[in-house]
Every structure is written in structure tokens, then in C-alpha cells.
Design a protein around this ligand. Structure first.
Ligand code: PLP
Length: 392
């Protein structure tokens, strides 16, 4: 509670979460004040709310290229959507006990698959290379007729590397009748998505990654596929996901989906990211990029950089003192340091992985944030390099 937030607030952690857009707050406010009824109520006050929820469903469907609004089910966020997708897919095909997924999925997928593995399912964990590119040959060899589920993320949350989900979908459908789930949480709102042109059956997204509030998400369920509900109760969301409809959050998510399509916004974010990345890699000797150098294969907002032989947590703390907020790729748990599963899967040597910092830009960053961060980062790294026992 007493953590000091610096006067200066340069938020370069937009893959962790985003600020709720003022337009989103404005759109939500009436639904927390005068329009507070429950849309499931029988009275006319409640019935007034339904069209707003359905409009949001259209806005979400538009952003991800769903064929129909019936494919959009509101949930509490990315974790619930991923969990539901995996659990219900396996429940639907009890005779199939094989899962294909990657080594670099978010915990919301990875930990669920690990649990199934422990309970007796066979899981094929697909590797990535040093650039965090998915091994498609390995994936093709792994998918087989008794595969129940293939789960592959669209964009990695650490490196921002985009996986070719259209190609993966083609492989999945050629080789099996498996259900294809995509964790789209980091991609939505950052890159164009057209699900109707893909073989994706289930697709998870989360509002707080695209300037909607925390606690709202979606599971896209391709028409024709019926999943058992995971949250059981009344008949909300046509019996697919129980719980009183959170109208303000749903309206906020719809508005955020519109904002994400504003012309020019992604170019501006990419320009900041590119300028920052070029400057860091060009001027700091120990800096190395994690993830492919081909920018069209990465999210336009993410730069995941390792500073060899220094600790990411020290870099984070020094940036924090200057009011610059970022994430690390390693964790320090009770004295032991571990690199993230993504960096380990990429075979990044430990001395490099431990100094990894993810810089993720967003719509409220300005070019001056890049200058301010660069002006401090070089000195911070120089000092830490000078102090590092590995560099003596
Ligand atoms: N999947 C990915 C790739 C993520 O980055 C995250 C959150 O960081 C999640 C799932 C979980 O989403 P939520 O925070 O909405 O539960």
C-alpha cells in the first residue's frame, strides 16, 4: 500500500496490462449509474440493457473477424477463457487423450496442460528456436488422429513473436479432427485478426490488454461447436457461461475494440518501439534482442532485450526509481534465480536470460517517453556492468 509511485510515470509494461481508455470509461459510466438494471430481468428497465450488450458483441466480433456474434461468449478474462477452452475440449472427446501445445504458452494454458499430463494425458510440447519461432515440422509430426486438442498462442507475451496460426490450423485439420485453440490474449488489439478465414475453433481474449477494464474477456467458439459450460448457474450467455451479465465491462470492451481499430495508432506505437529498440541495440554493448529480428513477425509494441551478465531485477529497480515501469524475464524465488520458461525454451544462456527486460509500448506512450527512458537506461546499465562480478 505504501509503494511510492514516482511523479514521473513512464509505463512500458503494456503487455502486463493497460490503462483503461477515457473513451472506455465514458462509455461505461451510464451503466454504473442510471442504466444499472440486470439485463436478464423481465421488466422493461432490464430489457433496455440487452441491445447494448449485443452491440458490444458485434464490436468484438468485428475486431477478430468472427462470422457471427453467436460465436462470442463473455467471460471474466483470458485465464477463464483458456481454462474453459481446454477443459471443455477434453471433456467433449473423452476417448482422445493426446494434447499438442507449445513450451512457451502462458501459464493459463501451460499449467492446465501440465495438470492433464500428470493425470495421464500425453502432451507433445512443441519447441521454439533461439528466435522464439515455432518448430512447425515438429508440430506436424506430433498431430495425429487421437489428438483431442492443439493449443498454440497467437503472440508470445514475452518476446511478442507471432506464431503462424493459419498454417498451424491447416496442419491440424489435415492431420486430425482435433479442436484448435488459440490464446489470442496478447495479439488482440495489436495486429489484424480474421478468424473466419482461419481454422481456429476456440480463441481467447482479455479486455485489460486493450484498454478495457480487468475482469472481462471473451471465448470465441466457432459456430457448430458446442462446449459444456465451466461456470454453472443460470442461463446467461445462452446457457454457456453463467453469472450476472457485467454490462459496464462488456460495454467497455466493445468500445475498446473500436478504439483498437483507430487508424494510425499502431504505426505510432511501432515507431516508438522501433526507435527505442534500434537505439538500445545500437548503443549498449551487452544488449541482445530476444525473439526474431524480423519485425513483421513480432507484435509492433514489444521489445524484449537481455543485458548480459547483469540482473534484470536490478535493472527493473533502477528504472523504477526513475518512474519507468517494465517487466523482467527471470524471477528470484527465495534466493534462487530462474529464467522464464520462454527464455529456457529458446535456449538463452542463463547469464543472458537473467538480465532480460520486456519493454512493451502502448497508446498512451509518447516519443518523449522513449527519449527519457534512453537517457537513463544507458547509465543504469553502465553502472550495473561496472558492478557485476561477471565482468571483472
Ligand atoms: N494469455 C496470455 C498470452 C497472457 O499474456 C495473459 C495475461 O498476461 C493471459 C493469457 C491471462 O489473461 P488474464 O489476465 O485476462 O486472465
Amino acid at each position: 500500500m505504501n509503494d511510492k509511485i514516482s511523479e514521473q510515470l513512464i509505463f512500458l509494461d503494456n503487455n502486463a496490462t493497460t490503462r483503461v481508455a477515457p473513451e472506455v470509461i465514458e462509455a461505461m459510466l451510464p451503466f454504473m449509474s442510471e442504466l444499472y438494471a440486470n439485463p436478464s430481468s423481465g421488466h422493461s428497465f432490464g430489457r433496455r440493457l440487452g441491445p447494448f450488450v449485443e452491440h458490444s458483441r458485434e464490436q468484438v466480433a468485428g475486431l477478430i473477424g468472427a462470422q457471427s456474434t453467436d460465436e462470442i461468449v463473455f467471460t471474466s478474462g483470458g485465464t477463464e477463457s483458456d481454462n474453459w477452452a481446454i477443459n471443455a475440449t477434453l471433456q467433449l472427446q473423452p476417448e482422445k487423450r493426446h494434447i499438442v501445445t507449445t513450451r512457451v504458452e502462458h501459464e493459463a494454458v501451460r499449467h492446465v496442460c501440465e495438470r492433464y499430463e500428470k493425470s495421464g494425458y500425453e502432451v507433445s510440447w512443441i519447441d521454439v528456436n533461439r528466435d522464439c519461432e515455432l518448430n512447425l515440422d515438429q508440430l506436424e509430426a506430433a498431430v495425429r488422429p487421437d489428438t483431442a486438442l492443439v493449443s498454440v498462442m497467437m503472440a508470445n507475451n514475452e518476446t511478442g513473436v507471432l506464431f503462424p496460426i493459419e498454417e498451424v490450423g491447416r496442419i491440424v485439420k489435415e492431420k486430425s479432427n482435433a479442436i484448435f485453440h488459440v490464446d489470442g490474449v496478447q495479439a488482440v488489439g495489436k495486429v489484424p485478426i480474421d478468424l473466419k478465414k482461419s481454422e481456429v475453433d476456440l480463441f481467447a481474449l482479455s479486455g485489460h490488454k486493450l484498454h478495457a477494464p480487468k475482469g472481462i474477456g471473451v471465448l470465441y467458439i466457432r459456430s457448430g461447436l458446442t462446449l459444456a459450460p465451466m461456470i454453472i448457474g443460470a442461463m446467461h450467455e445462452k446457457g454457456r457461461r453463467a453469472g450476472t451479465t457485467p454490462v459496464p465491462s462488456i460495454v467497455g470492451l466493445g468500445t475498446a475494440c473500436e478504439l483498437a481499430q483507430q487508424p494510425g495508432i499502431h504505426d505510432a506505437i511501432q515507431h516508438m518501439r522501433d526507435r527505442f529498440e534500434d537505439a538500445v541495440l545500437g548503443s549498449i554493448g551487452c544488449a541482445q534482442l530476444n525473439g526474431t529480428k524480423y519485425r513483421s513477425k513480432r507484435l509492433p509494441n514489444t521489445s524484449y532485450i537481455s543485458f548480459a551478465n547483469i540482473e534484470g531485477e536490478s535493472i527493473l529497480a533502477h528504472l523504477d526509481e526513475k518512474g519507468i515501469y517494465v517487466s523482467t524475464g527471470s524471477a528470484c524465488n527465495s534466493g534462487t534465480h530462474t529464467a522464464s520458461p520462454t527464455l529456457r525454451a529458446m535456449n538463452v544462456p542463463y547469464a543472458v536470460a537473467m538480465g532480460s527486460i520486456r519493454f512493451s509500448f502502448g497508446r498512451y506512450n509518447q516519443e518523449s517517453d522513449v527519449d527519457y527512458t534512453l537517457s537513463h537506461l544507458t547509465g543504469i546499465i553502465d553502472n550495473l556492468v561496472a558492478m557485476s562480478p561477471f565482468n571483472s
